[in-house]
Design a protein around this ligand. Structure first.
Ligand SMILES: [Zn+2]
Length: 158
């Protein structure tokens, strides 16, 4: 389930003034320390006014929820570094001109990585690591000619 650092971040302060945050603390405490094999999520779901019978887009929901949780925790706990760091990664995007070798590097934070599951109709298993490697593999896209255009990464007069 969640790692210990995340759990102690969630449980490590008094959230009794915030009903939504407290319901999430209760849920995490139940999942971590509860003695029952199933956990009732109703209190949590109701405190967020999520309709029980409504299906949400799960990745959209998780991004919204992580952002909300991060803000709520930072508001209530002056000692926290927030919880985004448990879920966040940094994607580096490098473009290189094959003529002069000029490079442009940009970095972008992300909360989720979309992986393409092969749709080959096979009954086989897919390997998570190879899906990640595939998603991050260099792509030989031809974007712009050397030195041309205002968006060019090449040095002047190159
Ligand atoms: Zn160039």
């Amino acid at each position: 389930m969640f790692n210990d650092a995340f759990v102690s971040e969630i449980l490590g302060f008094d959230a009794s003034s915030d009903q939504q945050l407290m319901s999430f603390q209760n849920l995490i405490a139940d999942l971590k320390y509860g003695i029952t094999k199933s956990v009732d999520t109703c209190e949590f779901v109701e405190s967020f006014s999520i309709k029980n019978n409504l299906q949400e887009d799960s990745s959209e929901f998780s991004t919204l929820f992580i952002n909300w949780l991060d803000n709520a925790i930072i508001r209530h706990n002056q000692y926290t570094k927030g919880i985004r760091r448990f879920f966040e990664g940094i994607m580096e995007n490098k473009i290189e001109c094959t003529v002069c070798g000029c490079q442009s590097v940009s970095r972008e934070k992300f909360l989720e990585l979309r992986l393409d599951i092969p749709d080959d109709g096979s009954q086989g298993t897919v390997d998570l690591e190879s899906l990640i490697r595939q998603a991050l593999a260099p792509r030989g896209e031809l974007i712009e000619e050397h030195g041309r255009g205002s968006g060019s990464i090449c040095e002047e007069g190159g």
